[in-house]
Design a binder for this molecule. Structure first.
Ligand code: PGA
Length: 255
């Protein structure tokens, strides 16, 4: 059965001390309150990765993620962070292709294919984000757009590699806006994604891939979203900055 996952994307928030305080609260609550087999992932800024990694080291259910990596191995890329640097501080997941990075930093599907390859070579799981804009949804091209994102960045992988990718469907119009996708909209797109993967890799492989929902997910809407057949958890932005809200979301899976 595929892994249930809740990942907190802290984005450009929290100083080092604040990040440590939040990680420590989440870690304690997860230890005391979470009995389900859910993988909880924290994605602080690069600055806080090492310290947060040390704090959660050895904690059952908690793993460390970065919010980005560079698509080249090393070299003259001032200001960038490589995959093996991330590996050296205990990162086991990296969020790639977030819509904010595609939008503000012009990340392309081709670069994301390179990032995916580098991460998998280093035994780090990519959390690959995809999702359409409101305009694309209104024009009715959202399904083709998301399929194309997957095809262009992931479909060069072999089956074994593909099963080490986590997908996060994040409709851009739902991110940070307070507008969540309805359960019907989320389930529809998650099913589209799984069927698209199945069309290339077969149903058995597609059934093993965790597909997370992201976009204004909160403790109130998480239970119904996570109850959808093809929704395996969430990528949480705003609500991951408050330990109680985040851990409530972690506890939103029905047994
Ligand atoms: P949000 O962000 O939960 O604040 O909408 C989600 C994300 O961008 O990953």
């Amino acid at each position: 059965m595929r892994q249930k996952i809740v990942a907190g994307n802290w984005k450009m928030n929290k100083t080092l001390d604040e990040a440590l305080a939040l990680a420590s609260e989440v870690s304690n609550m997860v230890k005391d309150e979470v009995n389900t087999d859910v993988q909880v992932i924290l994605a602080p800024s690069f600055i806080s990765l090492t310290a947060v990694g040390k704090l959660i080291e050895g904690q059952k259910r908690l793993a460390l993620a970065a919010q980005n990596c560079h698509h080249k191995t090393s070299g003259a890329y001032t200001g960038e962070v490589s995959v093996d640097m991330l590996k050296s501080v205990g990162v086991s997941f990296v969020i790639i292709g977030h819509s904010e990075r595609r939008m503000y930093f012009n990340e392309t599907n081709e670069q994301l294919a390179e990032k995916t390859n580098l991460l998998l070579q280093n035994n780090i799981w990519p959390i690959f984000c995809c999702g359409e804009s409101l305009e694309q949804r209104e024009k009715g091209i959202h399904i083709d757009f998301v399929k194309q994102q997957l095809t262009e960045s992931l479909f060069h992988l072999d089956t074994n590699q593909l099963q080490k990718v986590v997908i996060a469907y994040e409709p851009i119009w739902a991110i940070g806006t307070g507008k969540t996708a309805s359960t019907e909209q989320a389930q529809e797109m998650h099913e589209v994604i799984r069927k698209h993967i199945a069309s290339k890799y077969g149903e058995a492989a597609a059934a093993e891939v965790s597909i997370l929902y992201g976009g204004s997910c909160n403790p109130t809407n998480a239970p119904e979203l996570f109850a959808c057949k093809d929704v395996d958890g969430g990528l949480i932005g705003g609500a991951s900055l408050k330990s109680r809200d985040f851990v409530s979301i972690v506890k939103s899976f029905s047994e």
